[in-house]
Design a protein around this ligand. Structure first.
Ligand code: FAD
Length: 413
């Protein structure tokens, strides 16, 4: 079967990385994108001329075992290693950062440390629990669960922790004795913007700025992709990086946790975090989950100026999703003011990400399985990326899979 002409749906990091690898192997690519190139990686640009991610997008990869991730980006930009540190603020006070991930050392921060230690000692530790709440309780016991995990998890996912399932607990939730590098040793940030890097990746492709609305199929073959304007885009092979329910499934819809991201460029009388902290998690009643200072980007800001983002999780039907942009700006201003930090906003932008996180609930995973089994019945269709695989994956996972698909297609062509 010929794979010379490939149609890729979606111009995020998944679609652009694969397009670049295929073009390098001498194949022809048509990329369909319904909005702007970049997807979740497209930066927020301020009128003041500065930028930030819509959430910190460090490239995490191991140089020895996953060198292809660095190799891909290094063809288009310099990568700088960043020794980052995250903190968690269980009581919501900026003057009280605790280690993140939560470690045994955190216990000493509490007046009832002795009781907590006893509680932790009587837990079974790592377990095969099949929901998030059980898994964390087995590792840390009820007190630490309550102080660091429960409300953060409810806020982040918008569902009760006992309804959260998945195979990512082991990877995301651990309870080391001392602070350790939870994300691995390699965290890198690009010199160029991600939007520029991804645009560079697709310079040799044909790009069609239209949304895909469905597939034209014949037996086990895809014969074309229908677009919003009614056109049909054809090729030998098809790769979808988008939500499968946009292409197949009658009435089946996948749910996602959405995110409103506020980016601000401010003058402040002090930095919100100690100098070694890049971002903080807020496992309490605040409407945002994470606050980030973009000191790690290759931009030099004048003294006392900072670029920050605050992430507000919600569902697209919620009030929060439809709050006016100013609501988010005032919320952050009031939060910082209450912590004794006065800011003056130079520029602010709000970005809304409707499909930020595939929802880890059993019923949604079942819906995905149904959609996926339909897609996988087509022999010349591949899926790649976060939404099309409905998995909580990172850039490195996507890039590694893009290499595999590119190798498979070029071997066969
Ligand atoms: C808050 C947050 C923080 C993160 N931080 C990190 C991090 O630090 N490090 C890391 O490695 N990963 C991180 N990730 C994960 C990373 O952002 C994603 O894994 C990655 O960006 C997904 O890329 P993608 O191309 O699969 O999807 P997307 O970026 O969603 O791209 C999909 C593209 O398809 C387009 N599209 C949608 N529908 C259609 C249609 N019908 N027709 C045509 N085009 C369509 C969209 O416009 C979009 O451009 C984070 C994610 C979030 C939400």
């Amino acid at each position: 079967m010929s794979h010379r002409d490939t149609v890729i749906i979606g111009g995020g990091v998944a679609g652009c990385s694969l397009a670049y690898l295929l073009e390098q192997r001498g194949m022809n690519v048509t990329l369909l994108e319904k909005g702007e190139i970049g997807g979740l990686l497209r930066e927020i640009e301020f009128d003041s001329g500065y930028y930030c991610d819509s959430a910190p997008h460090l490239l995490f990869f191991d140089e020895e075992t996953e060198p292809e991730v660095g190799e891909l980006f290094s063809q288009l930009t310099d990568l700088t290693h960043h020794d980052f540190y995250a903190a968690t603020y269980p009581e919501g006070r900026l003057d009280d950062p605790h280690h993140y991930p939560v470690t045994e050392e955190n216990i000493d921060r509490w007046a009832d440390a002795e009781e907590i230690r006893e509680e932790v000692a009587s837990t079974p530790g790592h377990s095969d629990a099949d929901n998030f709440e059980e898994y964390v309780l087995d590792q840390v016991g009820p007190t630490l669960y309550e102080r660091y995990y429960r409300s953060y998890t409810e806020k982040h996912w918008g569902i009760q922790p006992e309804h959260i399932v998945g195979d990512w607990f082991d990877f995301k939730i651990n309870f080391p004795e001392s602070e350790r590098d939870f994300f691995g040793d390699g965290a890198y940030y690009p010199e160029a913007t991600y939007a520029d890097v991804l645009s560079e990746m697709i310079t040799d492709c044909k790009v069609v700025f239209e949304g895909a609305t469905g597939l034209i199929t014949d037996g086990d073959q895809v014969e074309g992709v229908r677009t919003e304007s009614g056109d049909v885009v054809t090729g030998d092979t098809y790769v979808s990086t988008i939500d499968p329910s946009l292409l197949v499934g009658e009435g089946d819809q996948l749910r996602y946790r959405s995110m409103v991201i506020l980016g601000v460029h401010v003058v402040a009388d002090e930095r919100p975090f100690p100098s070694h902290v890049d971002w903080g998690y807020f496992p309490n009643d605040y409407a945002f989950t994470r606050l980030t200072d973009y000191g790690f980007t290759p931009q030099s800001l004048p003294d006392n100026e900072y670029i920050l983002t605050a992430e507000f999780p919600c569902f697209t039907g919620d009030d929060r999703w439809t709050h006016p942009d100013e609501w988010f700006e005032h919320y952050l201003e009031e939060f910082l003011e209450a912590q004794g930090i006065d800011i003056e906003v130079i520029a602010a932008e709000v970005r809304r990400a409707p499909r930020a996180y595939p929802l880890p609930r059993a019923e949604d995973l079942e819906t995905f399985e149904r959609l996926q089994s339909q897609l996988s019945s087509y022999e010349n269709l591949f899926t790649l990326g976060r939404n099309s695989t409905y998995e909580y994956i990172w850039i490195k996972d996507i890039v590694k899979r893009a290499y595999e698909i590119a190798d498979e297609l070029s071997l066969d062509s």
